[in-house]
Write a protein that binds this ligand. Sequence first.
Ligand SMILES: [Zn+2]
Length: 414
Amino acid sequence: MEQTIKCTINAGRLWRHIEELGRIGRNADGSITRFPFTKEDLAAQTLISRYMEEAGLSVETDAAGNLIGRWTDPGCKNNPPVLTGSHYDTVLNGGRFDGTLGVLGAIEAVQTMKEAGIRPAYPICVIGFKDEEGNRFGYGMIGSKSICGIVSEEGLDSEDQDGVSLRQAMTAYGLQPEQVQTCRIAPVKAMLELHIEQGKVLEKHQKQIGIVDGIAGLVRYRIVIHGESGHAGATPMTERKDPVVAMSKWILKVTQLAKEKPFCVATVGSIQTFPGTCNIIADRVEFTLDLRSIHEQDICEIMQTMETENEWLEQTEGVCVSQHLEQRLSPVLCDMKLKEQLQKICETGEYSYMYLMSGAGHDSMNFKDVCPLGMIFVPSEGGYSHRKEEFTGKADCAAGAQVLMEVLIQQSCT
Ligand SMILES: [Zn+2]
């Protein structure tokens, strides 16, 4: 049944919710720290539950701590649900739009649909996913992974700096990590996530809506280069096996290779030298590589080239290079039909739009083998994210929620 009711989301209400939720975990400098399994987490959960109830959803939490607001109209029968949502945790000193816009935008979309008298034929679940960022344990997205049935035992055993495991932290918070398999939702008709872009692409192109083509895959390595320690004054340049010099060449090479490929980014974000003193040539360096692309092939090619580079560095610099793979995630492509629907919605609603890739990972990527997935991006002012300057204007938030609502109507009513 095609429903042609035209409705507009309540931009003021959405903005008020963003501002209210943005006060939970707020630091003195205006940034937000809302880690999972904390009192801030609980306060946010309580507030979002209230919004869900006000929207007329029946609210529950699952064993992994996901907050789920369900709308099951009597006409839905046993049809699979359409899922929408995002996360509501933040990084250390993060912003108030990352994740939360996708949760609050989804609630707003559903509330507007209800107020307009729309009767979906498929249930809609609005989800606030638990621990997307993985700040404390490294194993992020426990919530969406639980719903998709892909939580690993090793993931639950991940430990924080104090040796507390994710499993223990969940239990202490009143969750049931041994029951995460009960969180599984299947089958699912579609998963839709609204999120801020966290980059400058939309702003640069002056587009209001980003239709996400796919989410980049990534590899994370720890690189160790061993050289030879020596006195900074007494060791001639020709006699050195300096791992810092080798590391510098390594970083220049990997970043150049990434630059040569479209949709590919390489970052060395953490470097340590040992012993780490100004007047001693280091005997060892350790650093990280985070390499992302939507084309898995590009990642493989770059890492192959770096193996040749390692041999060359060993010969020319007298060092020893080793690479340790710590994480690998395959790229995820969004559903073609959902992308077409989103494009049509943008054209009909006269929203400027463009297709783009997501360099960051998102909860919805876990749904790649579960159901078709679609992602909507809205602009991040200045491209800032994961910091206090993170900002998306009221009109852009509203446009994102409106587009989300219209695709939810199409997915849930036909
Ligand atoms: Zn996010």
